[in-house]
Write a protein that binds this ligand. Structure first.
Ligand SMILES: C[S@@+](CC[C@H](N)C(=O)[O-])C[C@H]1O[C@@H](n2cnc3c(N)ncnc32)[C@H](O)[C@@H]1O
Length: 207
């Protein structure tokens, strides 16, 4: 799919961007410096930054080929910085401190160690009061998985055996190892979850 400007676009990102923005506006009512990990084609960056000029958005991705698309899509948005090449596994990340981080749809399209790396890297770049938001599909122990998520998971694993929808409990464990706790879980359309992660009390670096 391509958008009106001829830029490649993900249909899923077009469908989910407003629902995600509605939650982020509640979570971040005022100005924020936000680092986005795994910006992909930049659709979320462009949509969110256009809606909220008081958010300063730093897009990034591990795929060098994505950066030009992100830059073109966000051209004209003064509050979007030039996209950075950031692979969560290569730390320290080449970014300055931010107030918040956002990462959508990466954990299941990347090897398992990227989950540990995301939380570890986030802890290095976020202050004690900051927040990390992740979005995507997860399998939740004790809940019947949606058939669409089961087939999506099978498709991912067929494409790359290191990919796949993560168990929420495993993600929580990775987060806790890095000093985060799950502060909020928001059910989103199409069997996705938006998860809010905060630094666990007693684990703040300044404590
Ligand atoms: C499915 S796309 C999601 C793009 C966008 N966030 C969205 O929701 O539409 C997954 C993205 O994760 C990125 N990615 C994969 N491994 C990564 C890593 N190790 N570090 C950072 N980004 C990574 C890919 O390059 C790709 O852009």
């Amino acid at each position: 799919m391509s958008d009106g400007a001829g830029l490649p676009a993900s249909p899923a990102a077009e469908r989910n961007k407003q629902a995600i923005l509605d939650v982020l506006v509640r979570l971040w009512p005022g100005p924020r410096r936000v680092l986005e990990i795994a910006s992909g084609l930049g659709q979320h960056a462009a949509h969110f930054a256009a809606a909220r000029p008081d958010w300063r958005w730093q897009p990034s991705d591990a795929n060098p080929a994505s950066l030009a698309t992100i830059a073109r899509r966000c051209a004209g948005l003064a509050n979007v910085a030039a996209p950075l090449l950031v692979d969560v596994r290569e730390r320290p990340w080449p970014v300055s401190a931010v107030d918040a981080m956002y990462c959508a749809n990466m954990l299941h399209v990347a090897p398992r160690d990227c989950c540990d790396a995301l939380f570890g890297g986030a802890r290095e770049r976020l202050g004690d009061a900051a927040m990390l938001v992740t979005y995507g599909p997860y399998f939740v122990d004790g809940e019947v998985p949606a058939p669409t998520n089961l087939s999506f998971d099978a498709d991912l694993r067929a494409r790359d055996s290191a990919w796949g929808i993560r168990r929420l409990d495993d993600v929580v464990r990775a987060a806790e190892a890095a000093g985060f706790e799950l502060a909020e879980r928001v059910a989103m359309p199409a069997n996705n979850l938006l998860l809010v992660w905060r630094v666990a009390p007693g684990l703040s670096l300044s404590a």
